[in-house]
Design a protein around this ligand. Structure first.
Ligand code: GLV
Ligand code: MN
Length: 219
C-alpha cells in the first residue's frame, strides 16, 4: 500500500477515535474511589451466571395504581429500575408508573442520567419542561398521548382534572436518578443554609424556614 494511503487511513482513524472519545455515562449518583480495590465498576457488579433466574427479569409492581392521594403532592411514582429488576443492570433502560390524584402534581424535577418518554394511561395531564434557555415547552396531554422530557431538563406533570390520572414513563437509563427541585433545595440533609436560599430566591429567612418546614419528609 502506498505511504500516502497509509497516512490517510491513520489520519482518519485518529480523527474518528478523538471525536468519539468520551467519558462513559455514569450509572450511579456518586462513586467515591477506593484506589486499592481490585474491582472497577460503573453500575453494579454481576452475579454469577449460574445464579441467574427469570425472577431477575420480572416485576409486577406497575400493575396496580399507586396510592397517590396519601402523598403531599397528590402523586406517586413507582419505579421499575435496576434496583427492582436486577436483570436491567448494564441494559440502559427502565420504566416508572406515575399515579395522580385529582389536582395531583409530580413536582418539577430532573433525571440527570436519562431522557424520559411518557404515555398517558388514564386521564389528562398538563405537562412541561424548561430548556436551558429558560423556555417553557408545555402541553395538555390525554389518554393515549406521548410526551418527551429531554435528559437533564426540569419537567413536571399536573392533573388539573377532578378524576385520577396515570402515566407510564420509559427512560434510557437503568437508574435515571431523580432530583426534585423543591425538596433538593429545601429538604436536604444537612440543610442548605438559609442565607443561600434567601439570596437565591430573593425572600426572607421566615419564608425559607416556612418552606423548609412544609417540605420536611414525613416521619
Ligand atoms: C415522571 O416525570 C417520572 O419521572 O416518573
Ligand atoms: Mn420525570
Amino acid at each position: 500500500m502506498a505511504t500516502s494511503s497509509l497516512v490517510t487511513i491513520f489520519s482518519f482513524l485518529f480523527l474518528v477515535s478523538s471525536n468519539l472519545a468520551a467519558d462513559p455515562d455514569m450509572l450511579q449518583d456518586i462513586c467515591v474511589a477506593d484506589l486499592n480495590a481490585g474491582v472497577r465498576v460503573n453500575g453494579f457488579a454481576c452475579k454469577p451466571a449460574a445464579n441467574v433466574t427469570e425472577a431477575d427479569f420480572f416485576f409486577q409492581g406497575l400493575a396496580k395504581p399507586g396510592a397517590a392521594t396519601n402523598t403531599t403532592m397528590g402523586s406517586l411514582v413507582t419505579a421499575a429500575n435496576v434496583e427492582k429488576i436486577p436483570g436491567l443492570n448494564t441494559l440502559g433502560v427502565s420504566m416508572s408508573r406515575v399515579d395522580y390524584a385529582p389536582g395531583g402534581l409530580n413536582p418539577p424535577h430532573t433525571h440527570p442520567r436519562a431522557t424520559e418518554i411518557v404515555f398517558v394511561l388514564e386521564g389528562t395531564l398538563d405537562v412541561g419542561f424548561i430548556t436551558t434557555a429558560n423556555k417553557l415547552i408545555a402541553k395538555t396531554i390525554t389518554k393515549g398521548d406521548v410526551f418527551v422530557f429531554p435528559r437533564g431538563l426540569v419537567h413536571f406533570q399536573k392533573n388539573n382534572a377532578d378524576v385520577p390520572a396515570a402515566a407510564l414513563a420509559a427512560f434510557n437509563s437503568q437508574l435515571p436518578g431523580t432530583q426534585s427541585l423543591a425538596a433538593t433545595l429545601f429538604a436536604a440533609t444537612p440543610s442548605v443554609p438559609d442565607h443561600v436560599l434567601t439570596k437565591a430566591f430573593q425572600i426572607g429567612t421566615k419564608e425559607v424556614e416556612k418552606i423548609k418546614s412544609r417540605l420536611q419528609p414525613k416521619k
